[in-house]
Design a protein around this ligand. Sequence first.
Ligand SMILES: C[S@@+](CC[C@H](N)C(=O)[O-])C[C@H]1O[C@@H](n2cnc3c(N)ncnc32)[C@H](O)[C@@H]1O
Length: 192
Amino acid sequence: MAEWRRKRSIMRLYNASADCYDGLYGEEQNAKIKAAMKRIRLDEQSCALDLGCGTGRLFDHVAATAGTVVGVDISKRTLAAAKNRCRGLHNVSLILADADYLPFLDGVFSHIFALTTLQNMPNPLRTLEEAERVAKKNAVYAVTGLKKIFSQNQFLELLNIAGLKIVTFEDEESLKCYVAICIKNNIETSLC
Ligand SMILES: C[S@@+](CC[C@H](N)C(=O)[O-])C[C@H]1O[C@@H](n2cnc3c(N)ncnc32)[C@H](O)[C@@H]1O
């Protein structure tokens, strides 16, 4: 109950800021997305999940190359902004859902993006575990950790406990987030 109360207040916060979100944070978000995308290759087989997709900034970077892109967010008004952005992008779908209870079967997605999302979650480990449930075995994860919420050690520990192996890690001074590209611990990849 306490968990849902927290989520509901976050949902209201993002609903209220949906119209000004891009103006306030667009550049900052773009910088993080670019840092993550330096390491990620997508193709028409790629099925990408954007957890907490917000206004859909990531779509500008992935929709042209990925086969399918799915954005999930808990905020209806934020999704409305994302819908505007992806008008005409026929491979992008938007779903109103809680990232901790994803309405997908197991093992669907080749790429998981959680960009500036985990700081909102009452239990970020649970969120990562749910992401791993819907990810393919050899999926690539782009996860960021907001520096004002997670120390570098806390963020690394979170990824480690979630069973994710870090392929690249950026802690650029100009970014407000750490940017980690990961795979599951027991998987080899040539993707990044
Ligand atoms: C800081 S914004 C980041 C948006 C986007 N990833 C970006 O990089 O621009 C965080 C987003 O997470 C969403 N969010 C918060 N809690 C969520 C939850 N439990 N499930 C799904 N989305 C959630 C918010 O509505 C918001 O759109």
